[in-house]
Design a protein around this ligand. Structure first.
Ligand code: GLU
Length: 304
């Protein structure tokens, strides 16, 4: 086994010294004030050991990373019927791009771009009695942590500037691919994106995708075939138009968010969460991307 502790501390201290940490997302006003000096890593091994360094226990806005959790819940509720409404192809476009949606008749390219996540949000709004509460409950159960919360300030802040998401939802509605009204779906979506977690909680939440569908308490949330599909989507679509680069450099399924978090995993081995709020020009955490590249290179642990 590699010496995980010394590997992650070396990576952390090397990168923490970098002058270029990227820039914090400002299009959601509430996120603009996050201190870009934060940098944490948490490695959660299926064998039971864990290793952590830096700001691993500070909560941050998980944003797009939540799309994987909403997808998992929708998948467990409605199964393969999801794929009639959302495709499974990488988009090669930024997360909020709209042109393909128009071209492809309101069927989003995949569930991890905004338009696709809005269709998933619509499915959950239809399926759940109290959508926001029930989704939060799902995430808390998955993580076995009942302290996890939405950050309502962040949700409302995004709502006040979420013009592109309004545009995407209206476009979906015009194509008949939203069953609920635009406001309700967006309210759910902005709340799911506002979920706050620290690196440990994030690595615990995603444990089931590295452990054949079973969470840390050994409860099954998805079957193995569903886990395979979600991990494949993370590998091909989890990093906006940098998914190819992430597969090339890191070689793990993963998902990033504009809050600067990244979760990545190696099936049957580990989940690893990083957080550094400065983003590169593609919207992925600048230090997080580099940390994970160094991690899989040093440990020689990747799906390839
Ligand atoms: N709530 C953000 C949005 O819809 C999520 C984007 C992200 O993290 O990539 O713009």
């Amino acid at each position: 086994m590699p010496d995980f502790n010394s590997i992650i501390s070396t990576i952390h201290s090397q990168l923490d010294a970098s002058a270029d940490r990227g820039s914090v997302a400002t299009y959601i006003p509430e996120l603009a004030g996050v201190d870009e000096k934060n940098f944490g890593i948490y490695l959660n091994c299926i064998s039971g050991e864990s290793h952590k360094i830096g700001a691993w226990n500070k909560p941050f806005s998980i944003q797009s990373i939540s799309k994987v959790l909403s997808l998992a819940q929708a998948f467990s509720l409605v199964g393969d019927s999801i794929w009639k409404r959302v495709d499974v192809e990488p988009s090669g476009n930024p997360f909020n791009h709209l042109s393909l949606l128009e071209l492809e008749n309101g069927i989003p390219r995949n569930p991890l771009i905004n338009a696709g996540a809005l269709v998933i949000a619509d499915i959950l709004v239809s399926q759940l009695d109290n959508p926001k509460e029930d989704f939060l409950d799902y995430v808390r159960n998955l993580t076995n942590d009942f302290s996890i919360q939405f950050n309502t300030k962040v949700a409302l802040s995004e709502k006040s500037t979420g013009f592109r998401n309004y545009a995407a939802a209206n476009l979906l509605k015009s194509f008949g691919n939203l069953n609920n009204d635009v406001e309700t779906v967006l309210d759910f979506y902005f709340h799911q994106c506002s979920l706050e977690m620290n690196c440990e909680q994030l690595s615990n939440a995603f444990y089931f995708l590295a452990n054949r569908g079973k969470c840390m308490r050994d409860h099954a949330f998805l079957n193995e075939s569903q886990v395979k599909r979600i991990n494949a989507l993370m590998l091909t679509c989890g990093f906006y138009d940098e998914a190819g680069e992430f597969a090339f450099e890191v070689g793990l399924p993963g998902k990033s968010g504009v809050g600067g978090g990244i979760i990545a995993l190696l099936p049957n081995q580990f989940t690893i969460a990083t957080w550094s709020p400065g983003l590169n020009e593609k919207g992925n955490s600048h230090l997080g991307m580099q940390a994970l590249e160094k991690f899989t290179t040093a440990t020689q642990l990747s799906i390839f």
